[in-house]
Design a binder for this molecule. Sequence first.
Ligand code: IMP
Ligand code: MG
Length: 186
Amino acid sequence: MTTAYDRYLKEILIDEPALRQRIIELGREISRDYADSPALMLICILKGGVMFLTDLMRQIEVPHEIDFLAVSSYGRGARESTGKVRIDMDLRGEVVGKDLLIVEDIIDSGYTLKFVMDVMQARHPNSVKLCTLLDKPSRRTIPIPIHYTGFQIEDKFVFGYGLDLDEKFRNLPFVGVVREEALISE
Ligand code: IMP
Ligand code: MG
């Protein structure tokens, strides 16, 4: 069956069972590390982190709150970020004294998360840590500490499982690599 994403998909990089298994492991690790935390708050970075958040939170046994932060970087184009990041939608809740765990889809240059970590730190939480589903270490421009990583991947543009290709295909249940030719021929 030919589906809408077929022409953009080069290969499936991380399939559903692999995602499920790794997220179970991350949930276990986070549950252990935060077992004594009275105020854990997961902060999902919209929009890309949303699928990861909903799967991850089901694997976390520690009582916790969730909140959402939408940020965007602007400047260079849709597939590359610059140092300029802004908040499009802020948290609803108060973070003072809480243990914040930022849940993100992918760390690329590091600009976006550096900005988010700095903003959160300035609001006087008890702690701030970062959990990313994907990490592209070879692309890093700004060093940032990542406390939980789902998968390290090579420098390839990926989509699915929350990550978009020009705002589409976030719903795919797997992480796929984009076929470069499909992008160029558009
Ligand atoms: P950074 O600021 O360069 O680390 O970029 C992080 C953001 O860029 C992520 O939150 C994604 O929205 C986007 N991004 C980076 N790489 C990819 C990719 O391979 N596919 C989809 N989005 C990506
Ligand atoms: Mg994102």
